[in-house]
Ligand binder design. Sequence first.
Ligand SMILES: [Zn+2]
Length: 446
Amino acid sequence: MAKRAFLMGVLSVIGCFGQNNPTFYPTAAHVNLYFPHLADGGPVFGQWQSSVEFVNPSPTMTAHVQLSLFGDQGLPLSLDFGSGSFAVHPFSIPPSGRITLRSTLASGTIVEGQAVANSDIPIQGTILFRNIVNGKLGVELSAPPTLPTSRYLSLATRDLGVALANVSGVTKSFVVTAVDSSGTAVATTLITLAGFGHHAFNLGQELPDLPADFSGSIVITPQVPGDQVLAWTVNVERNLISTLPIGQLEWPISHPDRIQLVFQRLLAAASSLSGINLNLQPPPKLVTPSDVAAASASVNSNQNVQINLALSELVSDSPSELAFLVAHELAHIAQTRTGMNTILLPNEATNKEADADLIAMILVLQAGFDPYGAPGAIGKLSMANGSSGLVSSNFDNLPDPTPAFSAARMNSMLGVITSACTYVTAGYCAADKAAIHPHFPGSAPL
Ligand SMILES: [Zn+2]
């Protein structure tokens, strides 16, 4: 009995500690996961089977996911993963759970396309390709999900396997250039894909003039600068297939995907807060207009959160800076929905902005971003609303009693961090500080 009580005590301490841990995600965890290639079926002497695998890294939240499949021409592609043939597969993954969707070899010819998974919290994914020859397992290789990019690089031979996919809904063309081992471009071709279309090929099929012993690299870019390409390559040599590193650019990154990731992480953080109901369910709609040059964010009459792509580009090297700006807009949604001018600062009922900053800081902390992204974002906005004229002084189009990006607001951020630490679970900021700022002075709140 005493032993059981002791055990319960240990378990409750562990449970408590778990809640105190900041939510950090694996690099590969995303809310938009693009799989540039999938294949199923074929004749018995050469079948392909695809398994799409997901793990939910959150110990507390269920992931709600939708997997959409598109064929070579960009049309919805119906595949059977064991529970019927559909082009869209909705499913959920329990906290810390895993799910496998394995295609069922339903077609006598090889069916190919691309897949996109959209989740409401970050999840980790992988696709496995299994080659089956007369019922015997041949080879299996895996590919991580990827993100659209403005340039894809891969080492290449003439037999290189390439999957190319169009992530936009309209027809796009892509330039494939082969570069030899001394760095000289030796062949190039243009490949046009329908909206959401897909094309898988061996390099020599599209570049027939490449010598048989070609050894170099390929670069794939969208024909129109600013567009994005989705690609994946596999090494093929003497009929052996092996995986290659993902060749998308590290930076610049796909802003719509990054904004979506930040937005969903913050919403997940909002629903995991204890003691503060921000009324953010059902979630507001996120809109990311690309035709607005000014860097601004706003909450419109439909209670949409609008994050202009130019704003994301202004803070493009820092997800934590973007997180503070998106969280600030979510805080204004919360103020509107709760009918309170200020939710956490009742004695400062006219200062919606200070209240939104504090709520944003709590969300940023809870979602595992760096809270020092806040002064970074305000500093960049301060620069951008000066003589450069990139952004107006009330960047979120709300009445603002104070100069929006004053030095005073920036200097107040350390106090906002200190205050935010009193709203999250006890011990959370200490754990966060130990993880991300272990060399900060002891006096720093985080
Ligand atoms: Zn505001």
